[in-house]
Design a protein around this ligand. Sequence first.
Ligand code: ZN
Length: 435
Amino acid sequence: MTDKAKVQQLLDFIDASPSPWHAVATMEQALLSASFTRLSETQSWQLDPGGRYYVVRDDSSIIAFVVGDKSLPESGYKIIGAHTDSPGLRIKPHALHQSGEMLRMGVEVYGGPILATFTDRDLSFAGRVSYRSEAGEIETQLVRFEESLLRLPNLAIHMNRMVNEEGLKLNKQTELPLLFAMSSKEQMPDQLFSELLVSQCQLLAEQVMSWELNVYDTQKGAFWGAQQEFYTDSQLDNLASCHAGLSALLDETALQSGNTLVCAFFDHEEVGSESTKGADGSFLPDTLERIALARSLKTEDYKRALANSFMLSVDMAHAYQPNFPVAYESEHKVYVNKGPVIKLNANQRYSSESVSEAMFMSWCQEANVPFQKYSHRTDIPCGSTIGPMTSAKLGIRSVDVGNAMWAMHSIRESAGVLDHAYMIAVMQCFFKDQK
Ligand code: ZN
């Protein structure tokens, strides 16, 4: 498959995944077609060597794994970690409200999006709805509105004369609500909204109880550049890393390595990861321990397995944008299409250290893939990832890596076509590693 075809698969994956709940459902489909079996955390687990399994926690975090036939205490777990959520706007509980002759959709800011990028885009919303079934149980289903229903029109320059000098500043409470409809005298806003929801869910209005809904951009991903060597879509941070990890896991040679392979993709990274299903919660430790228990390992052997494990914490990196040279550390510019980026930070905002860094470099060399090293400007606070918290909790050696991209946390991010295939190739090397 060409590098571009791999990116087209990524764009199709993102376009099918307008919310973290949809991202997990899309990955679940790929796993089921590759003969993975779904496990439930409420049931007991019987795991066979060579078996392929996955477990979902609360619909938006997923851990897929292959039980290797090699000795787990000696070979450890080979883990790829990433996150399923992206910063953006979430619909408020009382979603619709009237403003003059118009109905607006109230939104809450989730994580740290670049808000100005949400203006003048073809927005809609998707997520999950909880309802009471006919049998009286609380059930959940995904919902997605395909057509563009929402918009945040910019203020005309005639009323915002300094916008090009001062940038677009939006008050999060008063200036972010999304325009939805002309108001109608016949219907109350809440009634209108639940009718809209049930029209999409095949439910009765009285069954609907609650929802979590993400605002998304209906524009599909695309290639751009003189040679079409770049691509753009929403949520590249971090669905690009989830897709790369999953592609590596589903590669047959990795599956046959005899290693115990794990892909752990968490929700809530953009808001600090502290939740039942976040990377700072118990999902990964619980799952690793249950794999060990199902293989009849004693506690000491489980701890040995952890000590022999390794995690690639994969999240996107900041590509050099030549229009803004002062934003970058001049000696650590990283570029798109130049290979995976190893992220380094002495203050442990990234989990990489010299040994894990060297190990990642050796997998790149083995895969014949170039790599780059990134250090943030010393006078600007550095972001972080799920790497430090997960490796601290489990005592697992880890490295923070990711592909370079532009416009992180914009609703329309960009990256380089070559890097996606590079990352998958290195991940495959890591999964197959026999040391
Ligand atoms: Zn990220």
